[in-house]
Structure formats: structure tokens, C-alpha cells
Design a protein around this ligand. Structure first.
Ligand code: ADP
Length: 300
């Protein structure tokens, strides 16, 4: 069983001829609405990858709450841990120009008010807690502490990397997943010399902690105990890389949660990340278990 403790957003996207400067209005045509938030994205990805998933987070009491949760509900994610609070659902306002450049304004809304205490009595031994970086760090560390007490395993994807001291969550993580830029930010924050992703993984992996660095089209490298892994991403026709990292995390967490050996679990993550690049959107592109399994056989 996977519990995702994280963000839930609605993304409002408008294609515009060019991005506005300060004080300027630029008009587009119709807007598109997508459910998002890294917590919700990874919950959906893990569910599509075959896991039982419950989401713990918050939405507002507004008209954005329902569409933000629609995909999770349709996929059978347990939403009993999602609270409706006074205030507004997390919202991302996204403008995209003809070159594909974007400008994003995020209202954290109720994501800023989630509480680690909501996990009390929720996590069980041998289960997995999956977290990202879009809810307050103090609650993430509180959540990690609750996972430790419940003997659940912590899977942390610190995206974006929280400001300040993140040692508590790093130490609590059984699996840490970062992309190259997140690895660089963490290395600077910790004041450690980690010239490249390999050195970063070596430095942060430890007793009971695996470290995974995703390398975009370059695939993935990881360190677990003394074992090193490196897999190339399968060649695909990438149409939209949005959501690749979330698909990777969801599939990897789902595989580890059902106790698949680490090497195979990594391959399933790589397969899911690549498949997600072949479809536009974040949640819409999360692949299904049959496709992940078939594609993972091709990862070397
Ligand atoms: P993020 O989206 O968090 O920045 P990455 O860009 O590193 O994460 O992508 C996560 C994973 O998705 C990669 O490790 C890889 O397996 C897969 N992936 C990403 N981009 C591509 C691509 N262009 N071709 C094939 N696989 C990709």
C-alpha cells in the first residue's frame, strides 16, 4: 500500500502568441484545464503502475476541488485522506508561447496547510510513504517521523528542493529520487563536494538508503548499498516530457512497494518515464502496468 502525502493542484493553461511583460495583457483563445500537483501526479502514476494508493492532502471548498481530483477518483485512488479546507484549491496559471516557453504563477492554496498529523493511524508496517516538495517542509519531516514509527518506508522526491535544512527527511528516506538539478541544489545546500550525479549518489546513499538520480533522456543512475546501477532510457519519440519524473517516481515506488528487486524496479521506473514522454500532459501521460512491464524488458 502506498500513501502519497503531497500537493493537489488544478492547472489552467492558455496558449498565447508571446508571454506578457509586467503590466501587459496578452490574449489567447480557449484555456485548457488539467489536474496536477506533484503529489496527485505521483499518486496517479503509482496507481496506474498497479499499486493500491491512498492520497493524503488538501483541496479548498471551491469549484476547482472536484476537477483537481477527477483523475485520481476515476483511477480508484483512495481519497478518504483528502480534506476540504476553507480557502482555495492549489492553482497553477500557465501561459505557453509559440516556442513552448512558459510562465507559471502558482497559488499554493490549501497545499500550504496540510498537516503531518493527518497521517496518524494511517500508515502501516511494510507500507510506503511517498512525498515530494510542494507542501511545507516541517510537515514532510513530521510525516517521515510518523512513517518511522509505523515502520513504513519513506520514498522522497524533493521536487522542488525545500529551502533550509533538509537533513531529517534525507536521513529518513529509504529511497531518494532527484533529477540532476535537484541533486546539484542539495549538494550545495549540504556543502558537500559532489561533482557529478554519480558522486552525489555515492555520497548520499547509506545504510538502508538508496539514491536515484534521473538523467532525462540519459536514463538513470542509482546506488543502493554497495551496488551501482546505470540504465539508458529507451529510445522513444518524445512529444512532451512533462510528467516524466512523476511517472518515473510513481512506477518505481509501486514496484518497490510490491517488493520487486531494486534493479527491476528501476527498469520499470525508466520505462514509465520514457512512455510518459510519448503522450502530452502530466497525468494523462502516466502509463499503465502492462505497458510498463513490456517496455521494462527493453531497458538495459
Ligand atoms: P524530471 O521530469 O523530474 O526532470 P527527468 O527529466 O530526469 O525527470 O526524467 C525522468 C525519467 O524519465 C528519466 O530518468 C528517463 O527514464 C525518462 N525520460 C525523460 N526524458 C526522456 C526522453 N527524452 N526519452 C526517454 N526517456 C526519458
Amino acid at each position: 500500500m502506498i500513501t502519497v502525502f503531497g500537493s493537489i493542484n488544478l492547472d489552467l493553461v492558455v496558449a498565447v502568441p508571446r508571454l506578457p511583460t509586467a503590466g501587459e495583457t496578452v490574449s489567447g483563445r480557449d484555456h485548457q484545464t488539467f489536474s496536477g500537483g506533484k503529489g496527485a501526479n505521483q499518486a496517479l502514476a503509482a496507481r496506474r503502475a498497479g499499486a493500491e494508493v491512498r492520497m493524503v492532502g488538501a483541496v479548498g471548498r471551491d469549484s476547482f476541488a472536484d476537477p483537481a481530483l477527477e483523475n485520481l477518483r476515476a483511477a480508484g485512488v483512495d481519497l478518504s485522506g483528502v480534506r476540504a479546507l476553507e480557502g482555495s484549491t492549489g492553482l497553477a496559471l500557465i501561459g505557453i508561447d509559440r516556442q513552448g516557453e512558459n510562465q507559471i504563477i502558482v497559488a499554493s492554496g490549501t497545499n500550504a496547510r496540510v498537516e503531518a498529523g493527518w497521517l496518524d493511524g494511517v500508515l502501516g508496517a511494510g507500507e510506503t510513504l511517498v512525498m515530494q516538495g510542494e507542501v511545507p517542509y516541517g510537515e514532510l519531516s513530521g510525516a517521515a517521523e510518523r512513517a518511522r514509527r509505523a515502520e513504513a518506508s519513506v520514498f522522497w522526491n524533493p521536487a522542488p528542493v525545500p529551502a533550509g535544512d533538509i537533513a531529517a527527511c534525507l536521513e529518513a528516506s529509504a529511497t531518494l529520487v532527484v533529477n540532476e538539478s535537484e541533486a546539484a541544489v542539495i549538494a550545495v545546500g549540504l556543502g558537500i563536494a559532489a561533482a557529478d550525479p554519480e558522486a552525489f549518489a555515492e555520497r548520499l546513499a547509506g545504510a538502508g538508503r538508496a539514491v536515484v538520480v534521473t538523467l532525462g533522456a540519459g536514463g538513470v543512475l542509482a546506488r543502493s548499498g554497495n551496488a551501482r546501477y546505470r540504465f539508458a532510457a529507451p529510445k522513444i519519440e518524445a512529444v512532451d516530457t512533462t510528467g516524466a519524473g512523476d511517472a518515473f517516481c510513481g512506477a518505481l515506488a509501486a514496484a518497490l512497494d510490491r517488493k520487486v528487486p531494486f534493479e527491476r524496479a528501476l527498469k520499470e521506473g525508466v520505462a514509465a518515464g520514457a512512455l510518459a514522454c510519448t503522450v502530452t500532459g502530466a497525468q494523462s501521460s502516466a502509463p499503465r502496468k502492462e505497458d510498463i512491464d513490456r517496455f521494462a524488458d527493453r531497458v538495459v
